[in-house]
Design a protein around this ligand. Structure first.
Ligand code: ARG
Ligand code: ZN
Length: 432
């Protein structure tokens, strides 16, 4: 009977704690060299037909296309490629191995932060709950210069937290808005935003620029705009991108999520780099602003337009990964904004500062021209509708070795270089 109880116990335990974590054994990323216009057309059809997740777009002929392919689709995709006579190779053999490699062993601890708030911002990605408690720690220990507020609530009802950093001053300061985590799987984005928040508030390296910058600007920091997606990417699906909306209105209850960066209300158009298909990873939503996360950010940014609760917003930085780009509008058209030379100039100052730290090269340009057209982005909304002149989408590390699955041992260097870029950017802005 002991054996019997043991067996029951094992069955009970394994059914009580089913692993909801999706695994990626045999999931691959293919690298395809696109040699002709015709091939490009055939590949676009293939991507559409199999709903493939494009990890890198070819910029010109003979450039490479990276597509992520699940094992279910692999045989079909490979035979199409062979029939086309495509030049391709396997770029990432096994996405699960990539994911397994991306975690830091738990023994490595940064003692400064551990003694204070218990989080090691240099070496680990953190859960939404850990981020929330860190933000409370910041609020309580920042000598009254930090105010935490609720930006809004996610589809599943999580609080979207925001912090205002503002030194007391007689004159009205202009504002800089920084957000992270619009896309769930881009973990380096919230990690970097929090790391920079820490440096702005506590200035642990006694950097003189921090004082200068805070004398010129108020900061609004939103580390995780898409908390539902972020948590889902931690607990269930490492490659989740969208929010967690149940797409009932479209009769597509089984397809979850809207791509928040296709949902903003400026030149919104699913046919322009988004999708009308609720199952697509790029689903633009039923209409612009259909998502609570989008509305929270858009309303807030718009509310600061033309003064009142602080100066008007001069800059907006929305952190994504990957690819190492410092992008400015527009994302919906190849046209440039009239002040493109100024946007480009400040982008170059930033990219140079980034490069000076670890030699990472960031490409500066308009999204549509250096990446691809995609309407409904938060950067276009900030510039086009909320009147924020300096609006950028930085795409952080790397350039494709790990892609979205950037290992934890790259958090520190990524944060250091991005922080150098943001400091140089804000210092230059202070002088315009
Ligand atoms: N990787 C980002 C995305 O696909 C780039 C966004 C650039 N901005 C834009 N408005 N398209 O969402
Ligand atoms: Zn993104």
């Amino acid at each position: 009977s002991t054996i019997f109880l043991l067996v029951i116990g094992v069955i009970y335990l394994s059914s009580a704690t089913p692993s909801k974590q999706r695994t990626f054994h045999g999931h691959k990323v293919l690298d395809i060299t696109v040699t002709t216009e015709n091939e490009l057309k055939l590949l676009s059809n293939l991507i559409r037909e199999y709903e493939l997740d494009v990890w890198h777009e070819p910029k010109h002929l003979n450039d490479s296309l990276h597509v992520y392919v699940e094992p279910e689709k692999l045989q079909d995709v490979l035979s199409v490629l062979r029939n086309m006579g495509s030049h391709f190779r396997v770029w990432i053999e096994d996405v699960q191995r990539l994911i397994d490699e991306s975690y830091t062993p738990k023994a490595m601890i940064n003692t400064r932060s551990i003694q204070q708030h218990g989080l090691d911002l240099d070496h680990y990605y953190h859960s939404y709950g850990e981020i929330m408690s860190y933000l409370n720690y910041v609020q309580q220990n920042a000598n009254g210069n930090v105010n935490q507020f609720v930006l809004g609530h996610s589809f599943e009802g999580r609080t979207i937290p925001a912090l205002k950093i503002s030194l007391p001053s007689r004159n009205l300061k202009k504002a800089i808005i920084i957000d992270g985590g619009i896309h769930a799987r881009e973990w380096i984005s919230p990690a970097t935003v929090i790391w920079m928040l820490d440096k702005l508030v506590f200035n642990p390296f006694n950097e003189p620029e921090v004082t200068t910058i805070l004398n010129h600007f108020d900061f609004y920091i939103i580390p995780v705009l898409n908390p539902d997606g972020y948590e889902f990417s931690r607990t269930n699906d490492r490659l989740w991108r969208k929010n967690r909306r149940i797409n009932k209105d479209n009769g597509a209850e089984n397809c979850i999520g809207v791509d928040l960066n296709r949902n903003f209300d400026y030149q919104w158009d699913p046919k322009n780099g988004g999708s009308n298909n609720p199952c697509s990873i790029l689903y633009s939503g039923t209409h612009p602003n259909s998502e609570p996360e989008t509305v929270a950010l858009a309303n807030f940014t718009h509310s600061l337009k033309g003064v009142d609760n602080g100066g008007p917003v001069l800059a907006y930085l929305t952190f994504h990964s990957y690819g190492q780009y410092w992008l400015y509008p527009w994302g919906y058209t190849t046209d440039y904004p009239v002040d493109q030379p100024e946007l480009h100039h400040l982008g170059e100052i930033t990219a140079n500062a980034i490069w000076s730290v670890h030699g990472s090269r960031f490409t500066v340009g308009s999204s549509t021209n250096v990446l691809y057209a995609a309407a409904g982005g938060s950067d276009d909304y900030a510039k086009g509708s909320a009147g924020v002149k300096y609006s950028y989408t930085p795409e952080l590390r790397d350039t494709g070795k790990y892609g979205f699955v950037l290992p934890e041992n790259e958090i520190l260097p990524a944060c250091q270089e991005t922080w150098a870029g943001v400091k140089a950017f804000a210092m230059a802005l202070a002088n315009v």
